[in-house]
Design a protein around this ligand. Structure first.
Ligand code: SAM
Length: 202
């Protein structure tokens, strides 16, 4: 199986089973993988699994004894992800937790901490996910939050939908937060014009 076969198969299987086409792009997946491997990540947490596409990219950055925990609300999405992760040969290092991500995060102990956390679920929950991510990531660890630009809508006061407001609430909460250093990285490509928030835990 080529490196991309499992990723292409994950996308195809997800689409065939009716999942929305809202996974990260291949370029974003590769970026996440490179970042996790540059950090030497051994423990990764993902919030928002969908069909496991970004999960596969991230899990491939782990050493054989590494672990990735991924949180998903939808049982159907989790089942499809489980198939895709098995096809990619990564079942041994990926653990899918079903349920509202905020409950799952709150039930996780802070130790051992995660090296890397990727937040990519319902935008309304981002502020709360961020609080938990800070509690769960190690000092010097990285949190990436997807969709913080949303075609420029986040900076445009005309947009007041709950998703955009959810992102704004998280960004507001980071302002003046002395426990993190953060910046926004624009992402332009297959997924349109958006951005990752790149956060380092101090
Ligand atoms: N990270 C995935 C990828 O790039 O392949 C895409 C994740 S998709 C954008 C968001 C996922 O979050 C969906 O599968 C959705 O069911 C899940 N989700 C939405 N609300 C959630 C919640 N409250 N708790 C956990 N997962 C949730």
């Amino acid at each position: 199986m080529s490196a991309h076969e499992a990723l292409d198969a994950a996308r195809a299987n997800s689409t065939a089973q009716g999942l929305p086409e809202i996974a990260v792009s291949a370029a974003q997946g590769k970026f996440l993988q490179l970042l996790a491997s540059s950090l030497g990540a051994r423990r990764i947490l993902e919030v928002g699994t969908l069909g496991g596409y970004s999960t596969i990219w991230l899990a491939r950055a782990l050493p054989p004894d590494g672990e990735l925990t991924t949180l998903e609300l939808s049982e159907h999405h989790a089942n499809v992800a489980s198939e895709n992760i098995a096809h990619a040969g990564l079942t041994d290092r990926v653990h899918i937790v079903l349920g509202p991500a905020i409950d799952s995060m709150r039930s996780l102990p802070p130790s051992p901490p995660f090296d890397f956390i990727f937040i990519d679920a319902d935008k309304e929950g981002y502020k709360d996910y961020f609080v938990e991510a800070k509690r769960l990531v190690r000092k010097g660890g990285v949190i990436i939050v997807d969709n913080v630009v949303r075609y420029g809508r986040v900076a445009d006061p005309e947009y007041t939908d709950s998703r955009t407001e959810g992102i704004r609430a998280m960004l507001e909460s980071i302002k003046g937060d002395s426990e993190v250093d953060a910046t926004t990285l624009g992402t332009v490509g297959d997924k349109g014009y958006d951005g990752f928030m790149y956060v380092v835990r101090k």
